[in-house]
Design a binder for this molecule. Structure first.
Ligand SMILES: [Mn+2]
Length: 320
């Protein structure tokens, strides 16, 4: 059932034992939203448990409470499962099976499949963190400096630090309020932008893999397993092909293991969420991803011909 944000607040108010989760491959938005909502719920004396079926990238360990996020195991008592920033229950991995509690999903992905018992979806929000900010307001929750840092991280990371097309006046208004509540933009930006040396060395090789298709409108980078092993993170790599003049769609192919390729796409105009959906993935109009089985050559051929059709048809363009 679709619910208003006010109704979502009521559902949260009624629950006492709450599990909060987000998608696998956690990012700043999913993790920041989980930490912020969980701290707010705990301040209302709720029992809150945070679960993510994945490791939390080192770069986010500075967020208070990140150390309390658990990996799912066995069965957990709860009367509500809150799923943040995930469009599909497949995306929460094993957390799906630790409880039979009803699910409240709060999300901003256009590809959301409306799997939950209750869902609030705002595809105009730049980040789930932006929605959580509004929710905390309705709940009259106190925005502590830790909540402010978590939500600022959530919002800033999903809108490329207020540079992407999803950045709205509301995005900046919420960010401004978070700064008033103690978020430190310089410290958060510096922390997130600092990269280990191994990542910069990996980037040298990644740039060697640059390829162009469709008259330079499509640019790809490819990461093989050894390279993925050698770097602490691949975050931000896709911005290099994305930022090249004339490139419409940027693709990062990650061969995580033999026979499985993880794909991230970024675009300027083409709706890449539709391409990702075609291959069982999802995301946003300008940022989407999927995982495809097969060897890298076959996967590349398949995906690039799908992109080719979209880039050249003009049909998949969308209005600003
Ligand atoms: Mn998000």
């Amino acid at each position: 059932m679709e619910v208003s944000l006010k109704r979502a607040a009521e559902i949260l108010a009624k629950a006492n034992n709450i599990i909060v989760t987000g998608h696998i491959y956690p990012d700043g938005d999913s993790l920041g939203s989980i930490l912020a909502l969980s701290e707010a719920l705990a301040s209302f004396n709720k029992k809150v448990q945070m679960y993510i079926d994945d490791d939390i990238p080192l770069v986010y360990h500075f967020l208070k409470g990140a150390e309390n996020v658990q990996k799912p195991e066995g069965k957990v008592q709860a009367d509500l499962l809150v799923v943040l920033d995930a469009s599909d229950d497949e995306r929460i991995g094993k957390v799906k099976s630790i409880t039979d509690a009803p699910i409240l999903n709060i999300d901003h992905h256009i590809s959301n499949i409306k799997f939950a018992d209750y869902w609030y979806l705002d595809t105009k929000a730049a980040a789930t963190g932006e929605i959580i900010m509004a929710l905390l307001n309705i709940m009259h929750a106190k925005i502590t400096p830790d909540i402010a840092a978590a939500l600022y991280t959530a919002i800033a990371t999903d809108c490329g630090f207020f540079r992407y097309a999803n950045t709205t006046a509301n995005t900046m208004t919420q960010a401004a309020r978070l700064i008033e509540h103690g978020a430190k933009p310089n410290i958060i930006a510096e922390t997130l932008e600092t990269k280990p040396l191994n990542t910069i060395l990996a980037l040298k090789e990644v740039l060697d893999s640059l390829e162009f298709y469709d008259d330079g409108k499509v640019a790809t980078i490819t990461l093989l397993p050894e390279l993925i092993e050698a770097t602490s993170t691949t975050e931000g790599f896709i911005n290099y092909p994305r930022n090249i003049e004339g490139v419409e769609v940027a693709v990062m192919f990650k061969v995580v293991e033999e026979g499985s390729v993880r794909i991230s796409m970024r675009s300027k105009e083409v709706d890449v969420s539709k391409i990702a959906l075609q291959f069982g993935g999802g995301g946003h109009k300008r940022a989407a991803g999927c995982t495809m089985p097969g060897d890298i050559k076959a996967v590349k051929d398949q995906l690039l011909s799908a992109i080719h059709r979209h880039v050249n048809s003009g049909q998949m363009r969308f209005e600003q």
